[in-house]
Ligand binder design. Structure first.
Ligand code: JHZ
Ligand code: SAH
Length: 400
């Protein structure tokens, strides 16, 4: 049923930043073939070759949500909204990472699920009950024993799209959620991904890129329905889905749901041909990004990268851009710095203005946070420093 539409080549694991020793010892990196397909029946877009969860989410997982003010603010706003609207007595977060959302809630009410032990430790130390496990039915059963009445609010951002077995995900959710319970999930939006030609939303962790169409199709099997949605600017355009049991009649279906479905259908997200078109745009994007970077280098200018993202890993490996083009990346994440980008082995320096100011052009790995970054780097821009991005098409950014 899955029809392939995009081939992004052999790719390393996107969050597998390498240490100097790994390079010296020439330890083999794990590569997989990154191909993306569309399921004609379920309308789901997914990568075709998956990597086992335990290989991706181990006890040295580097990503921390709190590295961006934008995300912290988005989570704070959401927590206020959820408290006011649903007054939840019990809350479960799946993929709680470093607690960026959950720290806005009282410790008494919360259960966190975060499989990477190094990351789970962060919320455990803050005093939040955290299960360092993958979300599945065994864990759901354990949680049901603690919360016999069921959970009022389940929240999961940028996580369900990372789990290959969605049947297990939703059966486990149905096991713990109360009859009046609300499930809120958010993930990058397929519509925005296509509009932005942000093919870097595809990598080993992003097994799925959801649309409202595909979510509706998926969850109806479990007696669930989307009753509201929210469009978010985060991660280059995300959708937040508010989901309830069908039998819960307390909330009607908001018009926003209808509107989003209309937009998605108008963009023909339910048709394979849309994705064939997308592939052509991606191929053009690769050519043009390489051209721009080549011309900058030809002038003898220095290019660096800003934000050693998982997304950048897809772009660099697909476009075969290495350290003869990008001297180094800058990043604020402690577990990424002084390591090397997966596959391309471009060095990652800790964020420091002096490393930024010594460059002429900056490739935006974290293009999704460009507003936050431009605000922070006003001086660099004023002094003539320039950013390059591949979104929505490759260009040197002239307007900030
Ligand atoms: P960011 C990761 O994707 C992986 P990535 C994962 N699969 C996912 O879905 C999303 O996160 C949620 C740095 N930075 O969020 C911090 C600065 O250095 O776009 C981060 O390393 N300075 C789980 O990696 C990176 O950029 C700054 O001022 O694509 C941003 O990573 C800012 C704002 C960020 O996710
Ligand atoms: N919710 C945060 C973190 C997203 S990163 C945010 O939106 O910023 C994705 C997180 O999901 C990682 O911390 C990862 O360890 C976790 N994760 C991956 N697979 C999971 C699974 N099967 N069950 C629960 N969490 C999982």
């Amino acid at each position: 049923m899955i029809k392939k539409f995009l081939d992004l080549g052999m790719q390393p694991l996107a969050n597998n930043y390498l240490k100097k020793n790994d390079l010296k010892k020439k330890r083999k990196e794990l590569f997989y073939h990154l191909e993306v397909g569309f399921n004609i029946k379920t309308k789901m877009v997914s990568i075709i070759n998956t990597v086992p969860s335990k290989k991706m989410f181990d006890d040295e997982y580097p990503y921390r949500s709190s590295m961006s003010k934008t995300m912290l603010l988005s989570f704070k706003k959401l927590s206020k909204h959820l408290r006011a609207l649903y007054k939840p007595k019990s809350i479960l977060e799946i993929g709680s990472n470093d607690g960026s959302l959950i720290k806005n809630f009282s410790k008494k009410r919360v259960i966190c699920v975060e499989p990477c032990k190094n990351v789970a430790k962060i919320t455990q130390r803050l005093g939040y009950r955290t299960f360092a496990d993958f979300w599945d039915i065994n864990l759901a059963r354990k949680i049901k024993v603690i919360n016999k009445k069921g959970i009022d609010l389940i929240y999961s951002a940028n996580t369900l799209s990372h789990i290959s077995n969605l049947d297990s995900v939703f059966k486990s959710i149905c096991h713990v959620i109360s009859d009046k319970g609300i499930l809120v999930i958010e993930d990058p939006s397929l519509l925005e991904c296509l509009k932005n030609v942000s093919y870097d939303q595809f990598y080993n962790e992003h097994i799925y890129v959801f649309s409202l169409i595909s979510i509706n199709e998926l969850i109806k099997k479990y007696g669930l329905e989307v009753f509201d949605i929210e469009k978010l600017e985060t991660h280059g355009g995300s959708l937040r889905y508010f989901i309830k049991k069908k039998m819960n009649k307390k909330f009607g279906i908001n018009d926003r749901v209808k509107k989003q479905l209309y937009e998605e259908k108008k963009f023909r997200l339910h048709k394979y041909s849309t994705f064939v078109n997308f592939r052509k745009k991606v191929e053009k994007s690769k050519k043009n990004l390489k051209k721009i970077l080549y011309h900058i280098k030809k002038k003898g200018k220095k290019i660096i990268g800003y934000g050693a993202t998982a997304k950048a890993s897809t772009v660099l490996n697909y476009c075969n851009i290495k350290d003869e083009t990008i001297d180094y990346f800058l990043d604020t994440t402690p577990d990424k710095v002084n390591k090397f980008m997966p596959g391309t082995h471009i060095f990652i320096k800790p964020y420091d203005k002096k490393y930024l100011n010594s460059s002429d052009y900056v490739f935006l790995g974290a293009w999704n946070f460009k507003k936050e970054i431009f605000k922070k780097e006003k001086k660099f821009l004023k002094n003539g420093g320039r950013f390059v991005t591949h979104v929505t098409k490759p260009h040197i950014i002239k307007k900030f």
